[in-house]
Design a protein around this ligand. Structure first.
Ligand code: DGL
Length: 266
């Protein structure tokens, strides 16, 4: 099926998921929507996020998308169940990779960085509940990181200061797994690694979501068998410093300015 896959996030974070999707599914075309005008979603109410997600999915459906990937942990936590009832097309959500971290830990301590909205959600609560008798899960709302990413700041003093404040207490608590429970955080990978070092495994969800998307495409006989150059379209609700740079960095499209169309949704 030649129709595109719609992918969205509150901003540039979901591009880290899109990157994994494009690699695993080279025959598929993708439309990405960054809701930069409304980022961050982290502190917004469930009602607000449900409304924003529905507006975006309406837009992606108007572009004839065959499947939606909610490349945002916060939007998944607040809205994915409601969206699955509202729309007929398959909707893939994303949640912090707590399960693999709990299965892999040897020290029995894991750390999770995410937004307030993600920690509030049932997906996170249910998964953590299953492992809480065997593993100590150290939670940290990583306030401020999404704002830095949306401003195109991925390194430097401000980044290091925030990351140290969030990660060092977990490191001192002997975590050996650090879950990046927000799709913006892998954009800070180098700065995070500089703090964690080799003894802490950094886990993100992008690859797992890409595999799940492939499975759902196969089950629904939606996979695009036609070999053609992949088409990627980018939309944002506001022009930001970050979007062009992150697209260029992740998708290695050289110096050509990516065509990010700015669309205001209601
Ligand atoms: N990328 C979003 C997530 O995975 C960012 C949340 C936000 O906008 O605060 O949760």
């Amino acid at each position: 099926m030649n129709k595109p896959i719609g992918v969205f996030d509150s901003g540039v974070g979901g591009l880290t998921v899109l990157k994994e999707l494009t690699e695993l599914l080279p025959n598929e075309n993708f439309v990405y929507f960054a809701d930069s005008a409304n980022a961050p979603y982290g502190d917004k109410s469930k009602t607000q996020i449900v409304k924003l997600s529905a507006n975006i999915i309406d837009f992606l459906v108007s572009l004839d998308c065959k499947l939606i990937v909610v490349a945002c942990n916060t939007a998944t936590a607040a809205a994915v169940n409601i969206m699955r009832k509202k729309y007929k097309l398959p909707i893939i959500g994303l949640e912090p990779a707590v399960k693999p971290a709990c299965l892999q830990t040897k020290t029995k301590h894991i750390g999770v960085l995410a937004t307030k909205g993600t920690f509030r959600g049932n997906h996170f609560k249910n998964t953590s509940e299953k492992y809480k008798d065997y593993v100590e899960i150290h939670l940290q709302v990583a306030k401020g990181l999404v704002e830095l990413a949306e401003n195109g700041i991925f390194e430097g003093e401000k980044v290091d200061k925030l990351l140290s404040k969030y990660i060092l207490p977990m490191k001192n608590a002997n975590i050996d797994q650090l879950v990046l429970g927000c799709t913006h955080y892998p954009l800070f990978y180098e700065a995070i690694f500089a703090i964690t070092g080799n003894n802490i495994n950094i886990i993100e969800s992008g690859k797992a979501v890409a595999r799940r998307t492939k499975d759902v495409l196969m089950i629904n006989q939606m996979i695009n068998a036609v070999q053609k150059p992949q088409k990627l379209s980018f939309y944002a609700s506001k022009e930001t410093k970050a979007i062009n740079n992150v697209v260029i960095k992740l998708f290695k499209i050289g110096k050509i300015k990516p065509n990010v169309e700015i669309i205001k949704l209601i």
